[in-house]
Design a protein around this ligand. Structure first.
Ligand SMILES: NC(=O)C1=CN([C@@H]2O[C@H](COP(=O)(O)OP(=O)(O)OC[C@H]3O[C@@H](n4cnc5c(N)ncnc54)[C@H](OP(=O)(O)O)[C@@H]3O)[C@@H](O)[C@H]2O)C=CC1
Ligand SMILES: CC(=O)N[C@@H](CCC(=O)OP(=O)(O)O)C(=O)O
Length: 344
């Protein structure tokens, strides 16, 4: 049994960590922070957790208390983990950061996209990008994990088999992605209001979104050539879910694409390649850590279309964070992640 802490427990990813960890047989949540709700019991704020965390209460972030944990999750806005991660690591506490603080290897690039100086460039070298389907062995021995973003998870898993096999042109990739509104976090924003976000849909960040450099870096790690990616996210009227429609151009006769995807993911516990001709639905992964994928080659032409869906709060954040924890501590990779999706 290990003791863990969560910094940023009142946000959507924080409460999703609590929900999933309630079913984890090897984890006890001993500390959870919120500056605005300090003193409030977790189950008073989130009644779905009554009966699971009846005494746990939010407290102010305290490096000493967090440093007594075996692992700490950061479910906080960008920049917060920069300030605390070094001290925790020095205490022997492992850090799993759900924010973007350690995702980009280049501190200057991070500063440009996140409009602030990088607060811990000295830790970048040891940070491991927590996409198990790419970096499982490194994750097992890591002390500091950068959990991938929600869009980056769906996009990278969709392109991975094609790029690794060298079958498509990496300079001409197009990722057309849709997100539910919880992707924007729990903080009050006009764009997330019911009257703004429901019965309507819009693109945003078409000129450049923060996930672009992260996805480009990940796709670059899958093959040797420069990546040219057009990434356009959209806000859709659903609560959870990411749907990525991924286009690429074949450079060689690919053989059986369905078999390629099935073989690449045959041993991956959280990637489900659907039968040929399928169209995965976001609701089929709601509350669940699976990425469901389908591959199409319309009219047997030169374009491959991959459809990739995840729950932004699970495989796109908290579930993937727990998958990383399981690997780091030698637990079964499924622990805490066994419940099937809610459908409908
Ligand atoms: N929502 C999603 O689908 C995904 C989110 N992420 C990332 O995960 C992180 C958390 O996201 P989400 O749960 O949506 O965010 P929220 O905005 O919903 O929650 C943020 C949490 O962080 C706490 N917090 C804010 N500022 C600070 C601070 N300076 N120091 C300590 N705690 C702070 C808040 O509590 P309080 O202010 O009371 O302390 C709150 O509990 C973000 O970096 C986000 O980009 C990643 C993938 C997907
Ligand atoms: C719908 C929506 O607003 N989504 C957010 C996703 C951001 C997010 O989750 O940020 P990180 O993954 O980088 O931590 C956005 O586009 O900014």
């Amino acid at each position: 049994m290990i003791n863990v802490g969560i910094v940023g427990g009142t946000g959507y990813t924080g409460v999703e960590l609590l929900r999933l960890l309630a079913q984890h047989p090897q984890v006890s949540v001993k500390a959870i922070t919120s500056r605005s709700e300090a003193g409030v019991k977790v189950c008073d704020m989130y009644p779905n957790l009554r009966g699971h965390y009846d005494t746990l209460a939010f407290s102010e972030p305290d490096a000493k208390a967090l440093g007594a944990m075996d692992a700490v999750f950061f479910a906080t806005p960008h920049g917060v983990a920069h300030a605390l991660a070094g001290e925790l690591l020095a205490n022997g506490t492992r850090v799993i950061d759900l924010s973007a603080d350690f995702r980009l290897r280049d501190a200057d690039e991070w500063s440009r996209w996140y409009d602030q100086p990088h607060g811990a460039p000295e830790l970048l070298e040891e940070a491991v990008y927590g996409l198990p389907e790419m970096h499982r062995e490194k994750i097992k021995t890591a002390r500091l994990i950068a959990v991938p973003g929600c869009y980056p998870t769906a996009v990278q898993l969709g392109y991975l088999p094609l790029l690794e096999a060298g079958l498509v042109d990496p300079s001409q990739l197009i990722a057309d992605c849709k997100s539910g509104v919880t992707g924007a976090g729990r903080g009050a924003k006009v764009a997330s209001l019911l009257a703004e976000a429901s019965e309507s849909m819009k693109a945003y960040g078409a000129g450049g979104h923060r996930h672009l450099p992260e996805i480009r870096q990940g796709l670059g790690d899958m093959q040797p050539n420069p990546v040219g990616l057009t990434f356009v996210p959209h806000l859709t009227p659903m609560i959870r879910g990411i749907h990525a429609t991924l286009y690429s151009t074949l450079t060689a006769e690919p053989g059986d694409l369905q078999a390629l995807f099935e073989q690449r993911y045959a041993n991956e516990p959280f990637v489900d390649v659907m039968p040929a001709g399928s169209h995965p639905e976001t609701r089929s992964v709601k509350g669940n850590n699976t990425c469901r994928i389908a591959v199409h080659r319309p009219s047997n032409g030169n374009t491959v279309v991959v459809l990739s869906v995840i729950d932004n709060l699970v495989k796109g954040a908290s579930g993937q964070a727990i998958q990383n924890l399981n690997l780091m501590f030698g637990f079964d990779e499924h622990m805490g992640l066994n419940a099937p999706a809610l459908m409908p």
